[in-house]
Each structure stands twice: as C-alpha cells, then as structure tokens.
Design a binder for this molecule. Structure first.
Ligand code: BGC
Length: 784
C-alpha cells in the first residue's frame, strides 16, 4: 500500500523503527495529535503527505465483521461474509490450545484477505455472573483457562501478520451501565482474578493492541487510568503495543493520553485533537506524551504493512471444515445415562440401525442459534443446521421426523401458536424411539449492551420439555445458549444432555457428528452451571450495583472458586464433560522444585483410555493452599492438557508449574508471594471429580512483616526478633502485662491492641521511644 501526498506523489510507507522515527520527527504538533484519533469508524488517521496510510481495524472476535462502507458498530448493518467460528463461550469449552491457535490462524488469513490490519478480539473478561449479556463473547470464569486459550488465538492471528486487540481491559464484567459503572474491586481480587488472563496473554503472545474498557475501576475510567494502562500493563507485564479505546470509551482525552491511551476510536471528528493541542499549549499535557502515543500509532501502521501489501485469498471450504472441527470439540456432553427401554444402554451415540424412528424436535434444530448479538455478529459464509445434517447422517438407517415444538423469532415458526406446535411435537415424540430435543435461548435473550435478568429457558420450551417427558423416556436435550441456563431440576429427568453453547456456522453438522458418534464429544465446561441464580457469587447487592457503583464483595471467590469453597450443590461443575469413552488416572507424581520466590512444582500423571472408542480427556491440575494466611479458594486451576487417546492407549502427561501457581497477591506487600507450608495438588476431570491428590510441603519466602509501634501486639509477639525483645522488657518489669497477654481466656483481646496504645496505659514498662528502638533493631536485616 502506497500513500500519496496531496499532489499525488507516492511517499514511502514507514515500515522500520528508523523510518517511524524519521516520520515522527517531521510531523507538526497538529499532525501528531491527529494520529491519536481514528479517521472514521474503522480506520486510523492517515497522513498521505508523510507516507502514512490509514489502516483498518475491525471486529472480531470469532469471525471477521468487516463492514463494506462506513458502517455502524452495533451489529445493525451488514458485513462481508466470513467464517463464523464458535464464539468464545463455545470455543473455550474445547480446552484445546492447539485448536484455538489454528482458529486464530484462519481468522488471521481472513483478515489478510480483506485488508484488515487488526482484528478486535479476543475478549478475556471473567464470567463473574452468568447474567452478563456478553458472556458468549468471553472464555471462562477462570483466568488461567481464559488466558491460555486467548494467548493461543492471538498467536494464531498474529502469525498471519495481522494484529489483535485484547479486550476489554479491565473489569468489564457486566453490560448494565457499562459505559460508566465503577467496578469497586480490591487489588488482590483484581490481580488474582480480573487481570490474570490479560497478563498471561500479554506475557505469552504480545497482542499488537489492548483495548481499554468503558467502565471505571475504583472510580477511575479505564481509559484514563495510568496505573492500569502504564504501570501494570507496560511496567510490570512488558506490553509493547498500542492501547486503543473501546468505541466511545474516552472521557477526558488529554488525561487518557497522559495515562497511556494511545488511540481513540472511532473518530471524534477532530474534537479530541483540539483538546489535546489545547492541553499541550496550556501545559496540562506534555508533548512527550503526545509523541509517544503518535509513535505507537505509526508503529502499528508499520507492522501491518507486510500483511496489507500481500493480501491472499483464503480457502472458505477449509475454514468451514475447521469451524466444524472446532464446534465438535466445543460441545459438552453433560449427561448420558443408561435407559432401560434401550437395553440399559445410554442414548448416545444413537444406535443406527436400531433407532427406528428419530424425532427431531425444536425450531433450533432447523433455525440454528449459533452466535451472539452486537458488535461481534458475523455474516457467515455458510450455515449448517442440525436437522439437515442429521437427516444426511442418518440416511436410511432410521426414519427422521421433525416438529418445530415452539415458536422462535426469525424462523418459519415465528408467530405460530405454542400450544399447536407443542401438541404436534408430542405426537411426533409418541411415535418415535428417540427424541432429539433442541432447546436454547432465543437471540433476543442475550446480547452486548444489556444483561439478562434470569437464567431460565423460555417458558414455552420448558412446557414442551415437560410434555415430551410424559410420553417418552428417551429424550436427548441439545442446548444452544451463549451463557449458562438453569437446568435444575429438569436435568435430573433427562437421560442425555448436550450443552452446545453457541457453535458457529458449522455447529449444526458438528452436533450431528456427535449425536451419531462419528466423533466422541470432548468439550469440558469452562464455567460452572449453577443450580439457581440465588447461588451465584454476585447475586444480590453485588450485581448490577447501585448508584453507578458495583462492589465485587465476593472477592476472589467467583465461579467454581465460590461454589466449591462453599460446598454449594451445582448442576454441573467447572471442568465437567463426558465422552463416549472412560479414562483411568494413575501414578500421580508431584515434585517440589526450588523454594521461596522461585518455588515450583513438577507434576506427572498417567492417563489411559479404558473405553471402546477413541476420545480426548482434559487433564486438569488444581492447587489447594489450605494453610494460607489469606482466604484462598478451595482449589484453583493451574494447568490443563487435552490428550487424545485410542482405546487402551496410555500417556503420561507432564506439567511444569511455576511460583505463580503457588502464590497469592499479598495485599500488605503489594506483590505476589509464595507462603510456605502444605499444598495439595489435585488432578482430575473436573473441579469436583478429583481422581488423584498429593500433599507436598513448600518452603516459602520469608514473609515476616516489618514491625512498627502501631502494629498489634500479636504481630510483635510473632516476630522472631521483636517478639523475644518485647517479652524480656515485660518480664523485667515484673510480668504483669505479660501474664495478661498470655492469659488463655482473655489474652487474645489484649494481643489485638496496637502496642503503642498499650504503651500509653498506666504502668506500662517501656516508653514509645524504647519500643521504636526495638522495632528499628528488629527490622534491620541480620548480617551474615
Ligand atoms: C465493543 C467492542 C467492539 C467495538 C467495535 C464496542 O461497543 O464493546 O468489543 O470491538 O465496539 O465494534
């Protein structure tokens, strides 16, 4: 791509660091400021007279949404056809890093074919509540799983010379008041839960850009938070790319530039440029800050040039096949129990021939629900529906009937009477040997921009389910939903249940592959399926907040960290998912490596496929820290691996866990710490299906806190130097105070008093100055 100046003379596009520096040096202040703003909805600002083209950035994340003209960003206008891969809620259930990287590569190829410099994704916000309207676009309630999968996606896209935008940084966990709400989160919770996925992606994959979120965090807009955008992102994690605003997330542009927000999108039509120039003139913003942001825009343009200069067509058929493979691996078989009318066998995979009449019920089998609404909505290159795929797959091995069962917006059954459709479906079920019932959330239930109010499926679908269970004991339910729905208590009455999430454009054929046994299911839940909304961590005052503020009072306890620590019953736990095989875990071997801040664990376990078909197991490693001096979850996922095994095949799976897997964020020291003591490593097939466990002893860091006269007496007594020194002072004075402190019944009350307060009580045997002397001595590091 060659830019031209006003006279039409071609200017070389800067593609190296030196060239970027040379262009920057030539730019007038106004030109630099103009680079900090987009030129329209989807393009950066070009400076043709300096050889700087405008480049296109566009959504994302699970497919390309390139709008042909100026467009809107709310999903209202059309976009060029592109492969619609499973959105993150589906893809994450694959727990398959290698697959996600291949999907990323395909996305990168499509961007390249369409001349797109940056794909706006992936989104790695945590699923704090299943009500979040955008849950379908996020990976998980666990930051290690979300971070590792998103890093793979970034690596894949960027391998094609196309950038990504890691979003929405940070603590954007709800849609209600998303553009203004302040997420009030303590630092430990932020670090351990809400920032970790971003950190993993930045450290592992260096996304070209990070997109700041709309919301405020502890009162400060993410778009103008120097701690977030510079100290943590760049200073601590080493981010080298550009920070872009979410579309319309800018509040005070000069503050944003100073904080590290390089590019505002979409264009502010010159308003922000004027504000930035005025702020520099008035000394409120330094020219260096403007230069730094302008340089990052030029660098982004430069790194996208090789890809843009060499667009290549992509293979749409191959991408559809990949979308089908991804969907096969993303659906989660939640339940598959023996049924007496089927000779005591489970219903899945369908026995063919032998199934007689298969009734496919549910409009979603014919009119698939395969992606969410909003800025991520893709126009697919093709669309498979399960009904056609099942008919094709079954052929003449059984007879297939269909009934819509319930009306669905935007489908042939829209506007029909639920009662009539239901009655027709009951007749079909009565005449069938097996019923495949497709239920799910209609598109209007979940979208960017608003949150859900409940977890329930539509009432007419639940009524249909009840009616079918009256006439058949062979009902397989297949779900299509971007976020968790309530399965309790009806799931107990259904013998087989496949959670299809949203599976992208090839979801219909992938579901048929799974039901017919062409492929064994291998997805695992990336989020807990709770029994009731009332059980969820943020229920009540914690969501969606009041008065513009949402308090994350549950702290680090979200997802399974909450349900498992509280021993709450759930419908299906985090990490759960069945296959058509079974797996044996043996020979767990855990070795502690190193100590203190560089302690780690080496974990090995042997897994065998004891079933009769090839299938994949997802081996999950959880670490428990029962002796921690802060409240830690029952156990936390620290590593995982998807292993494909033939029947009878075994493999030893190994994991290296670094110090971070043992650490917590110390709110006192404001850093990650490894606190020594007993840890337990749990290996299994879900957070609640622990197959093997081993306790280990870890030698931690020296975490003795410094003592100060304001510290409580218990802190002094626990201190290896200050404790004995204080005791001897008290003993010398006759021991009255000491007796009080050591009193088995009431001592705890006195030990909780700050020493300086006690020192002011009449008769205390040491002055404040003497205690300060002891503290200074105790805090001096001992010489070797
Ligand atoms: C969304 C982003 C998206 C952007 C551009 C915003 O409303 O929050 O995720 O990338 O629009 O469409």
């Amino acid at each position: 791509m060659t830019a031209r100046d006003d006279a039409g003379t071609p200017q070389p596009t800067p593609t190296t660091e030196d060239a970027v520096g040379a262009v920057l040096a030539r730019l007038a202040p106004q030109e630099k400021a103009s680079l900090l703003d987009g030129s329209d909805f989807w393009h950066t600002q070009g400076l043709p007279e300096h050889g700087v083209p405008a480049v296109m950035v566009t959504d994302g994340p699970h497919g390309l949404r390139k709008q042909p003209t100026d467009g809107d960003h709310l999903g209202l206008g059309g976009s060029v056809p592109a492969t619609c891969f499973p959105p993150a809620a589906g893809l994450a259930s694959s727990w398959d890093v290698e697959l996600v990287e291949r999907v990323g590569t395909a996305l990168g190829e499509e961007c390249r074919a369409e001349g797109v410099a940056v794909l706006l994704g992936p989104g790695v916000n945590m699923k704090r509540t299943p009500l979040c309207g955008r849950s379908f676009e996020y990976f998980s309630e666990d930051p290690v799983l979300a971070g590792d999968l998103a890093a793979a996606l970034v690596r894949g896209v960027q391998s094609q010379g196309v950038g990504t935008s890691l979003k929405h940084f940070a603590a954007n966990n709800q849609e209600t008041h998303r553009m203004s709400v302040s997420a009030e989160v303590d630092e430990r919770t932020l670090r351990e839960v809400y920032l970790t996925a971003f950190e993993r992606v930045v450290r592992d994959a260096q996304p070209w850009t990070v997109m700041c979120s709309y919301n405020r965090i502890n009162g400060t807009y993410a778009s103008q938070d120097p701690w977030l955008l510079t100290d943590v992102l760049r200073g601590e994690w080493g981010f080298e790319g550009l920070v872009v605003s979410d579309w319309g997330a800018v509040d005070d542009r000069p503050l944003g530039v100073a904080a590290g927000l390089d590019l505002e999108m979409p264009s502010s039509s010159g308003a922000s440029e004027a504000k930035v120039l005025a702020a520099v003139r008035e000394g409120r913003l330094s020219q260096d800050d403007v230069d730094r942001a302008a340089r990052r825009v030029l660098e982004l343009v430069a790194r996208s040039q090789p890809g843009l200069a060499d667009p290549r067509p992509y293979d749409a058929a191959a991408h559809h096949a990949l979308a089908r493979e991804a969907a096969q691996r993303s659906a989660v078989l939640l339940k598959n129990e023996p049924v007496s009318s089927h000779g005591g066998d489970p219903l899945l995979p369908l026995q063919l021939p032998g199934s007689g009449v298969v009734a496919v019920v549910g409009e979603m089998a014919r009119t698939p629900r395969y992606q969410g609404a909003g800025s991520s909505q893709v126009v697919p290159t093709r669309l498979d529906d399960a009904l056609t795929a099942l008919r094709d797959g079954i052929g003449d091995r059984a007879s297939v009937t269909f009934a819509a069962g319930y009306p669905l917006e935007g489908s042939p059954s829209a506007g029909a009477s639920a009662a009539d459709l239901g009655a027709e479906a009951v007749d079909a079920a009565r005449a069938a040997d097996v019923v495949l019932l497709f239920l799910g959330l209609p598109g209007s239930y979940e979208s960017e921009g608003f949150d859900r109010e409940h977890l329930d499926l539509p009432a007419e679908q639940l009524a249909l389910l009840d009616a079918l269970l009256e006439v058949s004991d062979s009902v397989v339910v297949v779900l299509s939903n971007g976020s968790a729905v309530r399965l309790h208590p009806w799931a107990d009455r259904v013998p087989a249940l496949l959670e299809g999430w949203l599976l992208g454009q090839a979801g219909g054929s992938a579901v048929a592959d799974l039901l017919l046994g062409a492929v064994s299911p291998s997805g695992r839940l990336a989020e807990t399926l709770p029994q009731r909304l009332e059980d969820t961590p943020a229920f009540g005052a914690g969501f969606p907040g009041e008065g513009g503020v949402v308090r994350y009072g549950e702290g680090v306890f979200i997802g399974y960290r909450w349900y498992d620590s509280r021993r709450l019953p759930v419908s299906f736990p985090f990490g759960h998912g069945l296959t058509y095989a079974a797996f044996l875990y043996e020979e767990l071997d855990v070795e502690v490596v190193g100590s203190g801040a560089s302690a780690g664990l080496r974990v090995g376990v042997r897994v065998t496929n004891t079933g009769r078909v090839a299938a994949a197991e997802v081996v999950q490693v959880y670490v428990a820290d029962p002796e921690a001096s802060v409240a830690r979850p029952d156990a936390e996922l620290k590593a995982f691996a998807r292993v494909e095994l033939e029947p009878g095949q075994s493999r030893t799976v190994s994991f290296e866990l670094d110090a971070r897997a043992l650490s917590y964020w110390s709110p006192v020291q404001r850093r990650w710490v490894v606190e020594g003591g007993a840890f337990e490593v749990r290996v299994g097939a879900s957070s609640r299906d622990v197959r093997l466990r081993e306790a280990v002893q870890v030698t931690g860091e020296d975490l003795t806190p410094p003592v100060a006269v304001e510290a409580e007496i218990s802190t002094w007594l626990d201190h290896p130097v200050a404790g004995p020194a204080l005791r001897s002072v008290l003993e010398r004075a006759g021991g009255g105070f000491l007796g009080m402190l050591d009193d088995p019944d009431h001592g705890a009350m006195f030990r909780a008093i700050p020493l300086v307060r006690m020192a002011r009580f009449p008769g205390f045997p040491a002055t404040e100055a003497e205690l300060e002397g002891i503290a200074a001595e105790a805090n001096t590091p001992s010489r070797p």
